[in-house]
Design a protein around this ligand. Structure first.
Ligand code: SF4
Ligand code: MG
Length: 334
């Protein structure tokens, strides 16, 4: 069956003074209805650019250089700006980190919700008002009639994020993209917002792409996980596999850097080194300068992506050694 969203070999480039630089380098993945895919990696790894590319929201110097984005059977890379804008208003919605969230401080919550309902669904003002109140209820906002009359600064950060989610839901999207939606919120509120996203996903049958740098968030919401490093997908698997059987050295490093609630002081082990810049030329595996297992081959040849079963994909030469060992073991026992 056709997936809700199918991305193949996506390459996103930016025109800069140094020439065209690749921010996303041949990434493939899919998302289905009622499924949450978490895209995880350090800041600058290409995860936000990937989601902005899908939404058609790249800055003007950005472009899709290669690849295909198929959404509900429509090839998005062929669409004109105007067609993409319509689709964005009707079928796809995006929410961002709370302070970056685009609530206008000079208009009431109700005004902003109504605007979006009138534009996207062609409702009259009074219909939009009724529907707005319903949406606020749906995202768990108490006293919605009162909230409609308030300004954004009169609400807490968590409530503002709920309002943003309500606005995103106004168009009844089949795909919701959330980029670090809880990063600015304290942990209790964070958990509530993540729960809300999960609930809405099931209720409305949406696909969700959640972009985060936080493995704790991944553990809470993901069905499947795609780990990105320096513009590439380095590992993908279902969430249990990522936590119980991570294979890529980078994924393992990310997991080690998750603070353990019981042992805050000893468990924080960030991966040494930093992400390369987009304009840095790196031969072989792009992670090799930071990898404790790097060999000469890693420094000269780009790793293949190995498929370990059930869609567990790992872009690392260590898998070749592992597979050779298995072949050798099979031969020896034959
Ligand atoms: Fe490390 Fe080599 Fe695997 Fe890259 S390919 S992650 S350098 S072991
Ligand atoms: Mg980002």
């Amino acid at each position: 069956a056709q997936k809700l969203l199918q991305v193949e070999n996506l390459v996103t480039k930016f025109k800069t003074a140094d020439g065209k630089l690749s921010a996303v380098r041949g990434v493939s993945f899919s998302v289905d209805r009622k499924e949450t895919l978490c895209i995880v990696g350090e800041s600058g790894c290409g995860k936000s650019i990937t989601s902005l590319t899908i939404m058609g929201l790249l800055p003007s110097n950005g472009e899709i250089a290669e690849g295909s984005i198929n959404f509900e059977g429509t090839e998005l890379t062929n669409l004109k700006k105007e067609e993409l804008r319509k689709l964005r208003g009707n079928k796809m919605a995006m929410i961002f980190q709370e302070p970056m969230t685009a609530l206008n401080p000079v208009f009431t919550v109700g005004y902003q919700l109504r605007e979006s309902l009138m534009i996207h669904k062609g409702l009259s003002k009074s219909e939009a008002n009724k529907e707005g109140i319903e949406l606020l209820k749906q995202v768990g906002i108490p006293y919605p009639e009162k909230r409609m009359k308030q300004y954004p600064h009169e609400l807490s950060g968590g409530m503002r994020q709920r309002v943003m989610i309500a606005i995103a839901l106004a168009c009844k999207p089949s795909l919701l993209i959330a980029d670090e939606p809880t990063t600015a919120l304290d942990v209790t509120i964070q958990a509530q917002i993540l729960d809300l996203i999960k609930e809405l996903k099931d209720q409305l049958g949406m696909g969700v792409i959640l972009v985060t740098h936080d493995m704790g968030v991944v553990a809470e919401v993901a069905d499947r996980v795609m780990v990105m490093y320096a513009g590439e997908k380095v590992e993908e698997a279902d969430v249990e596999t990522i936590f119980n059987n991570p294979q890529h050295p980078y994924t393992r490093g990310l997991l080690k850097s998750v603070p353990n609630v019981d042992d805050k002081e000893h468990n924080l082990e960030p991966i040494p080194g930093t992400l390369p810049n987009m304009n840095e030329q790196i031969n072989g595996c792009r992670f090799h300068p930071r990898c404790e297992f790097a060999t000469d081959k890693c420094r000269s040849q780009e790793p293949k992506t190995f498929d370990l079963n059930n869609g567990h994909l790992v872009k690392c030469w260590l898998q070749e050694v592992a597979q050779d060992d298995e072949v050798a073991a099979a031969k020896a026992s034959a």
